[in-house]
Design a protein around this ligand. Structure first.
Ligand code: HPA
Ligand code: ZN
Length: 315
């Protein structure tokens, strides 16, 4: 079954490039850039990857991103991710990057973008992996800061397909970013947003009605609102679900409690994704394997999940 799952052609639609920074590469980049780290070695860093909620993870994720400094660093990060995709027959990717995580540390927007885009182009030409890049705003920062980031991005408009919304969900509802999403859409960009990971179903309604998103990232709390469930089934709104992430961040107590297959059986267009694979225990392949191990996912269900990911592409 594992080999069969691995060989299934699939797309990954919910992946933070900064979250694919493996401890080994993090240490190598720290050495290359002469940055002192608070961890002794790779093992002690890995043992810090135990989280009770989203914020505990984010604190470490932003700290890890600090080793990314040069265009080559962003290239190496993205290329390492694409090599993993190749191993697992992920044939199309729509990754997020968080420009503010870098520009707020004094790294130029173009440095970040050039490194990522060059690796994605090489992924297309050398590995046969197609892509669409998503610029994600940090929701714990202001809408004004998001506007400034969008303005910085506009000279490179054709390098993106969409804007997204990530970081600390609770207390930062989609409504906070209604105007900047409207501006992005007026530039012809598509939209996605994290909603209903830790936040309530109301945030999913807002993402749909106020931000006019094409997909919901996570969205697992939709199941608490029957009217919302009907809408996402009727309109076939894709949810980019991340099973290992949800268990590592205690959205579900354990994988056996996860609702992804219940949603699938109810007709929701759910997809399987890794979110931050370096931090949560695996890539798309490991996420599929976990659904087989803990939820007895059948081959027929896996086929539908993989097909959903290909159908829910924006690029
Ligand atoms: N949720 C919100 N923000 C994030 C995540 C996530 O799972 N991963 C990286 N940034
Ligand atoms: Zn995410």
């Amino acid at each position: 079954m594992y080999d069969w799952l691995n060989a299934l052609p699939k797309a990954e639609l919910h992946l933070h490039l900064e979250g694919s920074l493996e401890p080994e590469l993090l240490f190598a980049l720290a050495e290359r850039n002469k940055i002192a780290l608070p961890w002794q070695d790779v093992d002690s860093l890995r043992s810090a990857y135990a989280f009770n909620n989203l914020q505990e993870f984010l604190d470490l994720y932003y700290q890890g991103a600090n080793v990314l400094r040069t265009e080559q660093d962003f290239y190496d990060l993205t290329w390492a991710y694409l090599l993993k995709c190749k191993e697992q027959n992920v044939i199309h990717v729509e990754p997020f990057f968080d420009p503010q995580t870098h520009t707020d540390r004094g790294i130029a927007f173009e440095v970040v973008l050039r490194g990522i885009k060059q690796a994605l182009r090489d992924g297309q030409s050398k590995l046969g992996i197609s892509h669409g890049l998503i610029l994600s705003f940090l929701r714990h920062l202001s809408e004004e800061a998001a506007f400034a980031t969008l303005a910085e991005a506009m000279p490179f408009r054709d390098d993106f397909i969409a804007v997204g919304l990530d970081s600390s969900e609770l207390g930062h509802p989609p409504s906070k970013f209604q105007r900047v999403f409207a501006k992005a859409r007026s530039e012809g960009l598509l939209a996605v947003a994290h909603a209903g990971e830790e936040g309530p179903p109301e945030y999913i309604w807002q993402a749909l009605d106020l931000l006019k998103v094409q997909r919901i990232d996570h969205g697992v709390r939709a199941i608490e609102d029957e009217r919302l469930m009907q809408r996402i089934i009727d309109e076939q709104i894709p949810l980019t679900v991340c099973p290992l992430s949800n268990t590592k961040l205690c959205v579900f107590d354990d994988m056996a409690q996860h609702n992804i297959l219940d949603m699938l059986e109810r007709g929701v267009k759910v997809t399987v994704n890794s979110d931050d694979p370096a931090y949560f225990g695996g890539y798309v392949g490991e996420n599929f394997a976990a659904l087989y191990d803990s939820l007895k996912m059948s081959k027929e269900q896996a086929l539908r999940l993989a097909q959903n990911s290909l159908d829910a592409r924006l690029a």
